[in-house]
Design a protein around this ligand. Structure first.
Ligand code: 4NP
Length: 159
């Protein structure tokens, strides 16, 4: 069997947006019976929350959509991730600048804005950390839509 297609979601802290993206995308992949063909992970550009579970508000928002992200643990992006993952998908332009710096030094997979795969016309998943619960709902809406586009792209790649 060919190697699984690997997808890495990246944000700043790896406690709000990228674990939500990991959970939503994995849920979609499981529903479509493609789990064995994909490897999915997430991380943050910062190490501030290393080892921690996602933010309680992100867990609650995902739970309302029957997605459990409570078991995820934050980790920091490593340069080697760019060698290991086929897709490196960042949440905002600040993440993009940070990961591009590493990519310029290291090579490997060029990072892209995750919402390039969506149809909302929005380029960035806004950081919900300092806002209210509604920000987390908006994050899930944007992520869900882009996840469908991403899976379409991967299906073409898988043939
Ligand atoms: P994330 O959100 O990048 O979506 O995980 C944030 C989490 C933590 C902080 C900022 C953004 N922080 O400043 O600690």
């Amino acid at each position: 069997m060919p190697d699984p297609v690997s997808v890495l979601f990246v944000c700043l802290g790896n406690i709000c947006r990228s674990p939500s993206a990991e959970g939503v995308f994995r849920h979609l992949v499981e529903k479509q019976g493609l789990s064995a063909k994909l490897h999915i992970d997430s991380c943050g550009t910062a190490n501030w929350h290393k080892g921690k579970a996602p933010d309680a508000r992100a867990i609650a928002a995902a739970e309302r959509r029957n997605i459990d992200i409570s078991g995820l643990q934050a980790r920091q992006l490593q340069a080697e991730d760019l060698d290991r993952f086929d897709y490196v998908l960042v949440m905002d332009r600040s993440n993009l600048a940070d990961v591009r710096d590493i990519w310029h030094q290291n090579g490997g997979t060029e990072p892209r804005l995750f919402l390039e795969f969506g149809k909302s016309g929005q380029a960035e998943v806004p950081d919900p950390y300092y806002g209210g619960q509604d920000g987390f709902e908006r994050v899930l809406d944007l992520i869900h839509e882009a996840s469908e586009g991403l899976l379409e792209d991967i299906r073409e790649r898988l043939g």
